[in-house]
Design a protein around this ligand. Sequence first.
Ligand code: SAM
Length: 254
Amino acid sequence: MYYIYRVFAFTKGELWPYMKLNEIKNMDCLKYLRSLPDNSVDLVVTDPPYNVSQKTNIKYKDLNVTKNFGDWDFGFDPAPVMAEIKRVLKPKGQIFVFCSTDQIPKYMDIFKEKWQFRNLLVWYKTNPAPRLSKTNFVFANEYIIYAINDPEVKPGQVTFNWQGHKEMHNTIITGALQGKERLRNKDGKATHPTQKPLSILKKLIEIGSNKEDVVLDCFMGVGSTAVACKELNRNFVGCELDIKYYQEGNKRIN
Ligand SMILES: C[S@@+](CC[C@H](N)C(=O)[O-])C[C@H]1O[C@@H](n2cnc3c(N)ncnc32)[C@H](O)[C@@H]1O
């Protein structure tokens, strides 16, 4: 059935399954994923939209605070993307997917149904955005779901480069990105609102893959996963929809 679909897609101008390594495409993730062959990726480390943006600004005293990362952070549905990722990932391949609190139930449904759910890592941010209204707890955590593609594979058969008990706690403690690593525009504003720290990405990639493996991120932003792969001698593949982020990512990896 898939191959009938591919022939149809090809005649409609979509790419034939093909994967050029160490290149980010400026494309929609579903279109990009459909262009990749089956079982071609060793590890997925990806950071899709969290759906946490708000259209209206938050008014607090004299402040008018915006929490809108862009149109891309509204209405993201992980189900079709995870289905395509499952196809391109090798059966013993693994995924680390970043998500927000509200998205956990949806991802759990997906990963408990057809994957082998392994863990929910907590990224505890030591410098979270303040809760100006003081009417709820401060959101200081983001989450990373960890799963193996094939539910039948024994965990001992997959690449899992153990780093020592303390390093393998399922809580990662580090601040949201600031300092030199944070890309900034000429006006000093952050280039990307949700750029992830290389230290986290590198840790996940080191644990879940070996040198020369192929790592996929279909939400590259400013290319952080690609940079982490380069530094660790892994191959990367992936895409980013926004032209500006795509260009900044390319500058960074070149
Ligand atoms: C949470 S950010 C990823 C940030 C990235 N980890 C980094 O460190 O730069 C999600 C990214 O997905 C991109 N995006 C949103 N919808 C997309 C789609 N349908 N296809 C490809 N990229 C998309 C957004 O432009 C945004 O840069």
